[in-house]
Design a protein around this ligand. Sequence first.
Ligand SMILES: Cc1cc2nc3c(=O)[nH]c(=O)nc-3n(C[C@H](O)[C@H](O)[C@H](O)COP(=O)(O)OP(=O)(O)OC[C@H]3O[C@@H](n4cnc5c(N)ncnc54)[C@H](O)[C@@H]3O)c2cc1C
Length: 490
Amino acid sequence: MSKTQYGVIDAKQVATWGDEADVVIIGLGCAGVCAAIEARESGAEVLVFERASGGGGVTMMAAGHLYLGGGTRVQKAVGVNDTVEDMFTYLMMNTPEPDEKKIREYCEQSVAHFNWLVEHGVPFNDTMYKGKHVLQMTDECLIWSGNEEVWPFRDKALPAPRGHKVAQVGELGGAKMMEILIAKAKALGVRIVVDAHVHELVRENGRIVGVGYRVFGEEKGHVRARKAVVLAAGQFTQNEEMLAKYLPELLDPGYTRQYTPNDDGAGHQLGLAAGGVVKHMDGALISAAFYPPESHIKGILVNKLGKRYVAEDCYHSRSSIFTTKQPDRKGWLILDEQTYAAEPQHYGAYPLVDAFDTVEEMEKGLGLPKGSLVETMKKYNENAAKGEDPELHKGKKWLKPLTHPPYAALDASVGAATYMCFTLGGLDVSIEGEVLDAKGKAIPGLYAIGGCASNIAQDGSGYSSGTCIGESTYFGRRAGRHAARAAAGR
Ligand SMILES: Cc1cc2nc3c(=O)[nH]c(=O)nc-3n(C[C@H](O)[C@H](O)[C@H](O)COP(=O)(O)OP(=O)(O)OC[C@H]3O[C@@H](n4cnc5c(N)ncnc54)[C@H](O)[C@@H]3O)c2cc1C
């Protein structure tokens, strides 16, 4: 794929404006469509440019979990007690550099945001998937999708499941949500131009006032944005040059990157060219899940020194990222006959190395230092028998001595297990989505939302499923509303 040069030109270089609208949005994923709907409902004329032949973006690949809480209709219906304060405390603890104002706002508005989605046609069933899964294949809604029950979070905030999956059997909840919201945007009169690749912004007296775009490589001229341009162009997972600069680890063939061909960081690059700055660009969701089956959570993860390194009951991206930080990025999930065979159906990320009759044999077979695994398992088993894990505080319900041979070792190492990943970093933006410069000042006329903006999701170790779509849709709406109410630029 040829590389696009993204940039900013001066309005003096624009001979004629081919079209105009109050708010021009670049990208029709979940962030862009929510911004478009809000801007339109606030009375603005809205024009969306979408590079693909139809909207949806990477959101179409998502199972469709949204991280929402504080007492949503679904939480109440299934008897889950949750409060804004608990959700706030949890998200603050899980975010490396939490923006308190944004997290507070997101939690306080979470129920209202859920209701907005429902009012705009997005269905959620009043049901809960009770098992531990990466993504439930049923159309049940609520699921534990983060580290809420994991130490130390469980001691500070009352745990509650907050992953809300769009009512859809299987993996395509994101696609269902997008079909519904795009139809809604069209019905409201949002204009959408597809196959339209925006490659430049137009600046006039310091303000962003328009965009230039191509269709199948042919220049189509410039379109004026009377009030604002909103960057909603998604992540940069596909852009190897940006990865080399910000996240070189993801170029390792041991990682499977998840992206659409248009995830080249167009929004990031246009924002940077306009004077914006990026944040948390080394943050990624990296995950090689080893559950289901749930019984595998009763196993232990050890590194090449034969030592445990993470509580195995945590969110799959957290345990995965801890594995990537171990010597040589190697780790193994150790199980015994009862925990391995309890549920033979695997999610498939960790290949079986072998089965061993004794811990000593397994230690040798895995090439671990003599006595290391024997000692680790002895200590773990003694404590597990008492329902304790003083070392890593794994939850009681997952503690079971591993004392029934044969023992199984599954390979958690990068290069052996299947590590999926996508990027999280984006442009620094205000709570309204305004793109900020290095001094924290809003660049007039320019907003960024979704995968090309940095809001709550910053790294994989604190991530909870649903945060990306939750924040993209919420802050997308907020930016759309703010942009629609902005004073016109001329
Ligand atoms: C497999 C997978 C599953 C996931 N599951 C979940 C989940 O269940 N819950 C969750 O919260 N998060 C999930 N995520 C993350 C989440 O899907 C994304 O963070 C979120 O959808 C981003 O939304 P967006 O609107 O910013 O980007 P997108 O949905 O990617 O939309 C961006 C749009 O911009 C268009 N575009 C790009 N460049 C240009 C340009 N120059 N000109 C015009 N248009 C352009 C693209 O074609 C695209 O349509 C998942 C991610 C993956 C990869």
